[in-house]
Design a protein around this ligand. Structure first.
Ligand code: NAD
Length: 348
């Protein structure tokens, strides 16, 4: 097994510059912090369609240095071109995308345009600027309903909704690009379920309306914004009958991006890896852990299973460990505690 070889390159003379698209969002903002800790120059571009306006200020407070952030849309090619013209960029980490499965079923064209056209425009501008290193945010959703657990990267790929299809199309675009133009180095990271927040409570996930994902939903029950948790199915073949998923702390995920980037910049080539913990938790275990974090019992109601849902999805993270030295270090209690801390800060 490869050891974690992530050595911060603080203040090294040859600081490398990374462009984060969607860098003001949930995963992007945490990755910003991890990259700054590792000594990188970081430039953010984000249209703030799903980010809090004060995120750059908070990142400044957290890292103690000025934040370079362009409030531009990825679909605005001339704006993106200007960023490449203004900064000598070594690599791009591409987070910017719309991510709601539910919304994607009502507005598929918006999803294809933003997520697929957004990637293609970005790739064109990267090629124009001779930047060929890209880390791409993919998702466990590309595995559809996996037949074998834990899920390995060579499992069959499929999707049941437009959001998932945009990730599959983007992965295909990137795979063709590498196949026909060897200058490209691409790290495709398939995230399982990122949760939690930075321990400072300064950054976290911004969720407006009814969240798609479990922990943000529980968090809103804890703040009283939602009356109770809906548990979809309690008759699965799992320890307590509720669905089991692989949750990963967002700072572990962020550090995985630094490792992926270093692999590309070190010339080790392209990779596709799962970023998960390899350990699953049920809906009721998640609820219990959050109850401990917020100090009270949270109401829930069992509902019928949702069509298309499966009992359990857990990653096999062995590839990420072997190739990148990646290992998730933060446990479930830390996930719940940091999420709740973030919710409390936002309520102040
Ligand atoms: N959070 C998850 O559960 C999860 C799981 C798997 C994969 N992902 C993927 O990870 C990436 C980041 O997810 P996140 O949870 O941080 O989401 P997020 O919504 O918090 O962050 C995405 C950011 O991109 C920005 N953005 C969207 N479209 C843009 C555009 N056209 N131009 C410029 N900025 C744009 C948004 O304002 C937002 O700040 C996405 O690609 C998402 O599909 C997320």
């Amino acid at each position: 097994m490869k050891q974690n070889n992530w050595i911060p390159r603080k203040d090294s003379p040859g600081k490398r510059a990374v462009l984060l698209t969607g860098g003001a969002g949930f995963i992007g903002s945490h990755t910003y912090v991890a990259l700054k800790q590792a000594g990188y120059e970081v430039i953010i571009v984000d249209n703030f369609s799903n980010a809090l306006e004060d995120t750059p200020e908070r990142l400044q407070q957290l890292t103690g240095s000025k934040v370079i952030c362009y409030a531009d849309d990825l679909l605005d090619r001339s704006a993106i071109r200007r960023i490449f013209d203004n900064h000598p960029i070594d690599a791009v980490i591409h987070f910017a995308a719309k991510k709601s499965v539910a919304e994607s079923t009502t507005a598929p064209l918006v999803y294809y345009e933003n997520n697929v056209s957004g990637l293609i425009g970005l790739l064109e501008e990267m090629r124009r600027a001779s930047v060929f290193n890209l880390v791409f945010s993919s998702s466990a959703t590309v595995y559809g309903s996996p037949e074998t657990l834990p899920v390995r990267e060579n499992a069959a790929l499929s999707s049941t909704n437009p959001y998932g299809f945009t990730k599959l199309v983007c992965e295909n675009v990137l795979s063709d690009l590498q196949k026909f133009d060897p200058r490209w180095n691409v790290g495709i990271l398939r995230y399982f379920n990122p949760v939690g927040a930075h321990s400072s409570g300064l950054i976290g996930e911004s969720t407006t309306g009814i969240p798609d994902n479990l922990m943000p939903y529980i968090a809103k029950v804890a703040t009283g914004e939602l009356p109770f948790l809906r548990v979809f199915g309690a008759d699965y073949d799992t320890l307590d009958g509720t669905g089991v998923r692989d949750y990963i702390h967002v700072m572990d995920l962020a550090e995985g991006h630094v490792l992926s980037l270093e692999e590309l910049l070190d010339g080790a080539g392209s990779h596709i890896v799962n970023l998960g913990t390899g350990r699953g938790y049920s809906v009721l275990e998640m609820l219990k852990s959050y109850e401990t974090a917020c100090g009270r019992t949270l109401p829930y109601q069992v509902m019928p299973r949702r069509p298309g849902d499966v009992g359990e999805v857990v990653a096999d993270p062995a590839n990420a460990n072997a190739l990148l030295g990646f290992e998730a270090k933060r446990d479930l209690d830390h996930m719940s505690k940091t999420s709740w801390n973030w919710m409390l800060q936002r309520m102040d």
